[in-house]
Design a protein around this ligand. Structure first.
Ligand SMILES: CC(C)[C@H](C(=O)O)[C@@H](O)C(=O)O
Ligand code: SF4
Length: 466
């Protein structure tokens, strides 16, 4: 039988399947962070349960860590308690753990692949919705809730039901200045934030094949924002080259055997998907969100839409509400929207290529006077180190951008980095709902190059013209 990549990943992890489709799946890799793990560890402790397979777990603190003056510790007591609780749990349960001062520390979805802890053919879970990122490696990866975190820690399995399959096929050469972030925002603009509900999405086509692993991770990262449970890309030489030599990757004979297996991890030609969506890369332009959902997106040469032209009353209401929150008038040119802050970071766009793309734009230029703060937050200590080797930190600092320590930072308002009420931000993160970056803050999702360009111009601007 012809199989999709999703079928192959699913079938190879079934421990037991009931007639109603409820399936117990074996989990190969469990990533742990401080927000969704405390109750899970507490549950194990109360039940006197050990971990089923300690070496399957990798833990890191990311959401609550400060991105400045880390040596002084964490000022906020709630954040400090969460991180200290993970410190203590990792120690008492014996998990591999990168603490806040370890240079391998970073955002959980950046460090998994960086360490080679995320490998093709694996099932990867984490108590975090953006676990879909890891699907870029030909893995079945998705977020789980805290009670499931406890279940995985105790049994190395998860109860699941198979989703339907969707292929998002993107073909053609990407125009200059258009990036993986623009592809995925364009996909969400097309299918909507509910378009992927009930599906696992495979991204394919020549455009996706030509993306680096960083780009593929950006695309899979936001599959969850399209409503899908998982995003994935088939394995090819780009995947294998990325993994080779990473600390957790197999070595010697094991490497050869693994690679032979990994090369089978793609959809068989002719295998059927429940739904196929196609995009032409040549038609994708730099994207900017204007509202409070990633599907409220348009192109840099576009305008804020006018709710008057929307016939569906539910959608019209949502648009009106979003425009009030965003303080935007219908028909405003996107290029005329002024910004107060820039955030370059998050598990969507904080990898070395993202930082290179942003640095290329700001090199020799300076932050606009109306931009109060432009911050660059590398996804991990190792990304930071690499960027510094390449002199990117100097380029950013010379341009008036702040160079920070790794973490989730201003992607969400769970640490010291946040927007003040009414502030408008060009952000490379993945969510723009009300209050996401701070109460009353206004988020516009863009690519790293577009965020950098907005920081220089003081308003959104087309990177293709720079
Ligand atoms: C805190 C965590 C549970 C959450 C998630 O699951 O995604 C966060 O990472 C986010 O991006 O909103
Ligand atoms: S960077 Fe943002 S989206 Fe990613 S895990 Fe952290 S909070 Fe969630």
């Amino acid at each position: 039988m012809l199989k999709t990549l999703y079928d192959k990943l699913w079938d190879s992890h079934v421990v037991r399947a009931d007639t109603d489709g409820t399936t117990l799946l074996y989990i190969d890799r469990h990533l742990v962070h401080e927000v969704t793990s405390p109750q899970a560890f507490e549950g194990l402790r109360e039940a006197h349960r050990p971990l089923w397979r300690t070496s399957a777990n990798l833990a890191v603190a990311d959401h609550n860590v400060p991105t400045t003056s880390r040596a002084e510790g964490i000022a906020d007591p709630t954040s400090r308690l969460q991180v200290e609780t993970l410190d203590a749990n990792a120690k008492s349960f014996g998990l591999t753990y990168f603490d806040m001062n370890d240079k391998r520390q970073g955002i959980v979805h950046v460090i998994g692949p960086e360490q080679g802890a995320t490998l093709p053919g694996m099932t990867v879970v984490c108590g975090d919705s953006h676990t879909s990122t890891h699907g870029a490696f030909g893995a079945l990866a998705h977020g789980i809730g805290t009670s499931e975190v406890e279940h995985v820690l105790a049994t190395q399995t998860l109860l699941a039901k198979k989703s339907k399959s969707m292929l998002v096929q993107v073909d053609g050469a990407l125009p200059a200045g258009v990036t993986a972030k623009d592809i995925v925002l364009a996909v969400i603009g097309k299918i909507g934030t509910a378009g992927g509900t009930g599906y696992a999405i495979e991204f394919g086509g020549s455009t996706i094949r030509s993306l680096s692993m960083e780009g593929r991770m950006t695309v899979c990262n936001m599959a969850i924002e399209a409503g899908a449970r998982a995003g994935m890309v088939g394995v090819d030489e780009t995947t294998i080259d990325y993994i080779k030599g990473r600390p957790f990757a197999p070595k010697g004979d094991d490497w050869d055997k693994a690679v032979a297996y990994w090369r089978t991890l793609h959809t068989d030609p002719g295998a059927k998907f429940d739904l196929v969506v196609t995009l032409n890369a040549a038609e994708i332009r730099p994207q900017v969100t204007w509202g409070t959902s990633p599907e409220m997106v348009t192109t840099i040469d576009g305008r804020v839409p006018d709710p008057e032209t929307e016939k569906d009353p539910v959608r019209r209401d949502a648009m009106e509400k979003a425009l009030v929150y965003m303080n935007l008038a219908p028909n405003t040119r996107i290029e005329d929207i002024k910004i107060d802050k820039v955030f370059i970071g998050s598990c969507t766009n904080s990898r070395i290529e993202d930082l290179r793309a942003a640095a290329q734009v700001v090199r020799g230029r300076h932050r606009a006077a109306n931009v109060k703060l432009a911050m660059v937050v590398p996804g991990s200590g190792l990304v930071k180190e690499q960027a510094e080797r390449e002199g990117l930190d100097q380029i950013f600092k010379a341009a008036g951008f702040e160079w920070r320590e790794p973490g989730c930072s201003m992607c969400l308002a769970m640490n010291a980095d946040r927007l003040e009420p009414g502030e408008r931000c060009a952000s490379t993160s993945n969510r723009n709902f009300e209050g996401r970056q701070g109460q009353g803050g206004r988020t516009h999702l863009v690519s790293p190059a577009m965020a950098a360009a907005a920081g220089i111009a003081g308003h959104f601007v087309d990177v293709r013209g720079l």
